[in-house]
Every structure is written in structure tokens, then in C-alpha cells.
Design a protein around this ligand. Structure first.
Ligand code: FES
Length: 107
């Protein structure tokens, strides 16, 4: 299990214990975190799982694939240097304590 913290646009903060290998989108949905939709179920085809990764830890994540970069061009909220798609990030012990901030809108 890896603890991930989600901070919604409202400021609501939720710590979720995520099974290794689960995507951070799946974990948010099943834990009732608002602000992530995950319309495509995690197949990198909707961009409704947009999140902002703690900038200090951005380098700890595998870089986005070309497909993720394509989808990041379609996010509804402002795209930033630390924008990622939560469905493309898998939980692992290396990410313990990672903070994801969620945008105001996904659509
Ligand atoms: S859930 Fe659709 S792109 Fe992440």
C-alpha cells in the first residue's frame, strides 16, 4: 500500500491507501474523491483524470508517454508543467506520500 494525498479544488484533502499497481485515478474514484472523473476507465482517452503532481516530486515519476502528452493537450483546466493524467500513474512504494492537487474542472 502506498498513501497518496488528493487535494480537491475546494481544499478538501483526502489520504488514500492505494494498492501497488493501481492507478491513482482508480484509487481516487473508489475512494470517493471528487474532482477526478476517469470517463474512459483509464485507457488514456479522455483527459478527465487530470491532476497536478507535487512539483518537488515530479522527477520521481516515469515520464509521460507520447499518448499521455497528446491527451494532456486536451485537458479542460489550465495545463501546467506538473500536469499529469492520474490513470497513467501507478502506485508504488516510491510514491509514498505523493500529493496530487486536482483542477477545478475536468470537462
Ligand atoms: S481516465 Fe481517461 S485519460 Fe485517464
Amino acid at each position: 500500500m502506498t498513501t497518496i494525498t488528493y487535494i480537491e479544488a475546494s481544499g478538501q484533502r483526502t489520504d488514500v491507501d492505494v494498492a501497488d499497481g493501481w492507478s491513482l485515478m482508480q484509487a481516487a474514484i473508489t475512494s470517493g474523491v471528487d474532482g477526478i472523473i476517469g470517463e474512459c476507465g483509464g485507457s488514456c482517452a479522455c483527459a478527465t483524470c487530470h491532476c497536478y503532481v507535487d512539483e518537488a516530486r515530479l522527477g520521481e515519476l516515469p515520464p509521460p508517454s507520447p499518448g499521455e502528452l497528446d491527451m494532456l493537450a486536451n485537458v479542460a483546466a489550465e495545463r501546467r508543467a506538473n500536469s499529469r493524467l492520474a490513470c497513467q500513474i501507478k502506485a508504488s512504494p516510491l510514491l509514498e506520500g505523493l500529493i496530487l492537487t486536482l483542477p477545478e474542472t475536468q470537462e
